[in-house]
Design a protein around this ligand. Structure first.
Ligand SMILES: Cc1cc2nc3c(=O)[nH]c(=O)nc-3n(C[C@H](O)[C@H](O)[C@H](O)COP(=O)(O)OP(=O)(O)OC[C@H]3O[C@@H](n4cnc5c(N)ncnc54)[C@H](O)[C@@H]3O)c2cc1C
Length: 388
């Protein structure tokens, strides 16, 4: 098939990685990137960290510009797909033809409020971070619902801002994501720094309009100036619903990131079958980069090498810069390869069947490439999933 026009639907790191990879590979056809956002593609990573804290301006999050011959169209969402006609339908009523399509529409924040209720805060895009930043000066307390990576990062940033923070979850923070040992270590450090944790086994209900607190499953109310939900994300795949493509926890792709001939997917919107009937996403930055590049390679050559999931990610919270290579949750206790846990600077290894299953650095200076190289295991057949 001759590829004259490739359309990339999506406006962040997976989309940009795919578009850049197409040009790097020397493909010179018409390349259109469609984003529903009105601003140039940017990274979400600092939104829960420096941008939220106000120590980093929003402009610092902007991704490196694509080559000038990429037609970047902002503020227009893809709302439908007709694979037989090779057309993407757009929110403004127009349509765009393609020979190859990259689906990289990512995910959005899950919310807990009902549609009439105002004031639930989330952290997914620049506008969300700005909305919280605007209220920081007048706020003295916050409840963060959700003790995953995102919730814990937000809690850490708000706390450093002098705000009294309580994290509420149905279980202790980070447990499912990191495993009991590492989750326990991080939670202890967070608690020592002054973060409060509450377990509400039956979940919470957001109270008030505008929202002014959360009701726990035991009936108690925690009032706060800011109520921020960090309760996972929802893949932006609804626009594909009538396309005939397989959707299960996102757009299902194969080991080459292909959803159908001429259609590939990458990043947070994509899922893969982990075990029969179980479809998982890998919503981490490095994975979006690697998958974006692999998706581009498959479009140019459907027999391109299979994508090797990148099991590397990091989080910064409570003074801990944690980098993880391998597949959490990490079971059992780690071996301390170097450093000192009490001093909060250590290199840790988890083993499984005598192989290195994961290596974790905590405030330890080591390049990501070296961490990855230390994980001996071959890549798994499908990526594990862990929500931020
Ligand atoms: C606050 C925050 C902090 C994070 N920190 C870290 C971290 O420290 N480490 C880490 O590994 N990962 C982190 N992540 C996760 C990482 O940012 C994501 O995995 C990554 O952004 C996924 O990239 P993506 O391009 O697939 O999707 P997204 O970033 O979700 O981007 C999708 C893009 O497509 C656009 N779009 C959506 N629907 C449409 C449509 N129908 N038509 C056109 N455009 C559309 C969206 O507006 C958006 O621009 C963080 C995420 C968040 C939210």
């Amino acid at each position: 098939m001759t590829l004259e026009r490739i359309v990339v639907a999506g406006g962040s790191i997976a989309a940009v990685s795919a578009a850049a990879a197409l040009r790097t590979a020397g493909w010179g056809g018409s390349l259109v990137l469609l984003s529903d956002e009105h601003v140039a593609p940017y990274s979400r990573v600092p939104l829960s960290k420096g941008v939220l804290a106000g120590t980093q301006g929003p402009e610092s999050a902007v991704l490196p510009a694509l080559p000038g011959d990429v037609d970047v169209r902002l503020g227009n969402a893809a709302v439908g797909l007709r694979p037989a006609a090779q057309e993407v339908l757009l929110a403004d009523g127009s349509r765009i033809a393609y020979d190859g399509l990259v689906v990289a529409t990512g995910a959005r924040a899950r919310r807990l409020s009902h549609p009439q209720q105002r004031g639930e805060l989330v952290v997914r895009d620049l506008g969300d971070a700005a909305a919280i930043a605007e209220r920081l000066a007048d706020a003295s307390s916050a409840v963060v619902v959700g003790g995953g990576f995102l919730g814990m990062e937000v809690a850490s940033t708000l706390h450093r801002h002098g705000i009294e923070v309580t994290v509420v979850d149905m279980e202790p923070p980070l447990q499912r994501l990191l495993g009991p040992w590492l989750a326990g270590y991080v939670a202890r450090v967070a608690e020592e720094s002054g973060i409060g944790f509450v377990v509400s086994e039956g979940g919470v209900v957001l109270e008030g309009d505008p929202i002014s607190g959360v009701r726990l499953s035991d009936g108690r109310l925690i009032a706060a100036d800011l109520v921020i939900s960090a309760v996972g994300d929802i893949p932006n795949a609804e626009w594909l619903e009538d396309s005939g493509l397989t959707l299960a926890n996102g757009l299902v792709v194969d080991e080459r990131c292909q959803a159908a001939p001429g259609i590939v997917g990458a990043g947070d919107v994509v899922s893969r079958e982990f075990s029969p009937g179980v479809f998982r996403r890998t919503p981490h930055w490095s994975n979006a980069v690697v998958q974006g590049r692999a998706a581009a390679a498959t479009l140019l050559n459907p027999a391109a090498p299979a994508y090797a999931p990148d099991h590397y990610f990091w989080t910064e919270q409570h003074g801990l810069d944690i980098k993880i290579a391998g597949e959490p949750p990490l079971l059992g206790e780690p071996e301390v390869l170097d450093g000192d846990l009490d001093g909060r600077e250590a290199l840790l290894r988890w083993t499984k069947d005598d192989d290195t299953a994961a290596v974790v650095s905590i405030n330890y200076r080591i390049p990501a490439a070296r961490l990855r190289a230390m994980v001996a295991r071959a890549p798994a057949a499908a990526p594990a999933s862990s929500s931020r």
